[in-house]
Write a protein that binds this ligand. Structure first.
Ligand code: PLP
Length: 411
């Protein structure tokens, strides 16, 4: 019989969200009138910005007539979108990115998941802990993780970089040789950020140790503070060692529409089996053009509209809406004496569970006593034990109601 890719058997079940759903369903069956509020999901709730909707409607009309119809487009993205990205997300901040360094895609999940396949199977991977699970699972599928240890809740060949209140969620540099380092800032799940000086340590480390940083910046648009870097390329030397991932999902309500992009500077290099240097950009271009046939024209027109003056204003107001929710959650919990992190430059609030409760015990308490669903921190990794994630992506009304309910709890 045909053999499977046996590395798939090393994957741990998607325990986190299925377990949340199970406990939520059970509670709802037993308490049908509870009026549950979910602050657990990472999905957005506001509609698409008007400028995006208008641009997408117009693009559909263009496709309707043979004179302006478009079929397959460039796999890397249409020039109108690539130029808008370069001008607004980079040049406006003094960063030079060339058009052949931008790869438009149907989502950052695919990009951060697929990028590993252009590197050697022997590559040693470092991830933050807690972590967005896609980085780990895609390396498990590729055979880089080794066995999962149920006692440590970790894979034996993955290098984990713990992030907790003790180190202010700033991971230490790896204590052994690594090849690929996934960094996510603003961070999911902790909502925390690095300063330019802290990020520079990572760029300097990568340069000195010949490794590549995979910098997931899906939440860049939520940054409010001035000294927080919006792109890793603000750091000198980053063009030689960093690949950056950005998404329109959370910024512009594109979680269902699907559009993102990845920047691979021409300077980023790796070695082939003969020890010769290879441009990572060439490999990613080869992979992208072989396995991907481009984001739809309609979607790319919608994404480009985000960069028009109306689009920018509408997006700013969406971000503002979610960040108001974040502030309400943060301030509400802090006023109860809870230790809260994140929520200043990110739509995620990460709290230390009170009275030493473990993450799942706090989940049960919040569900049963306040009828609120959140996400247990331990689901993102062992260093998330004793923490809990709430998101700012709900409606303002539900967010205010949820905080009011939490205020009434005995914590
Ligand atoms: N990266 C991080 C850190 C995320 O939290 C998410 C989505 O939740 C993604 C990437 C996926 O983004 P996209 O919707 O563009 O696939």
């Amino acid at each position: 019989m045909t053999q499977i890719n046996h590395y798939y058997t090393e994957l741990q079940g998607s325990y986190l969200f299925s377990e949340i759903a199970k406990r939520r369903t059970k509670f709802m069956e037993e308490n049908p009138n509870a009026g549950i509020i979910s602050l657990g999901i990472g999905d957005v709730t506001r509609g698409l910005p008007e400028a995006v909707v208008k641009a997408m409607h117009a693009a559909v009309d263009e496709l309707a007539s043979p004179g302006s119809f478009r079929g397959y487009g460039p796999e890397q993205g249409y020039d109108f979108l690539v130029q808008a990205i370069i001008e607004n997300d980079y040049k406006a901040r003094g960063i030079d990115i060339a058009s052949n360094e931008v790869f438009v895609s149907d989502g950052s999940k695919c990009d951060v998941g697929n990028i590993q396949e252009i590197f050697s199977q022997d590559a040693i991977v470092a991830v933050q802990d807690p972590v967005y699970p896609v980085y780990v699972d895609t390396n498990v599928m590729a055979g880089r993780s080794g066995k999962f240890n149920k006692e440590t809740n970790r894979y034996e060949n993955i290098v984990y970089l713990p992030c907790s209140a003790e180190n202010n969620f700033t991971p230490s540099l790896p204590d052994r040789k690594v090849d690929l380092i996934y960094l996510c800032y603003p961070n999911n799940p902790t909502g925390m950020t690095l300063t330019k000086e802290e990020l520079k340590r990572w760029v300097d480390y990568a340069k000195a140790n010949d490794c590549i940083i995979l910098y997931d910046s899906a939440y860049e648009a939520f940054i409010q503070e001035k000294d927080v870097p919006r792109s890793i390329y603000e750091i000198e030397g980053a063009r030689e060692v960093a690949i950056e991932f950005r998404s329109f999902s959370k910024t512009a309500g594109f979680t269902g529409v699907r559009c993102a992009y990845t920047v691979v500077p021409r300077e980023v290099q790796a070695k082939d089996a003969g020890g010769n240097t290879v441009k990572v950009n060439d490999l990613w271009n080869r992979r992208h053009t072989t396995k991907f046939n481009g984001v739809s024209y309609v979607t790319q027109r919608g994404a480009a509209a985000i960069y028009t003056p109306e689009g920018k204003a509408q997006i700013a107001s969406i971000v503002d809406y979610y960040m108001t929710n974040a502030r309400i959650i943060r301030d509400g919990l802090a006023s109860l004496g809870l230790e809260v992190f994140g929520g200043v430059n990110a739509p995620y609030i990460w709290l230390k569970t009170p009275n030493g409760l473990d993450s799942w015990a706090f989940f049960d308490k919040l569900l049963s006593e306040a009828n609120i669903v959140g996400t247990p921190g331990v689901g993102f990794g062992q260093s998330g034990q004793g923490y809990f994630r709430l998101t700012a992506f709900g409606s303002l009304e539900n967010t205010e109601k949820a905080v009011e309910r939490i205020t009434k709890l005995s914590l």
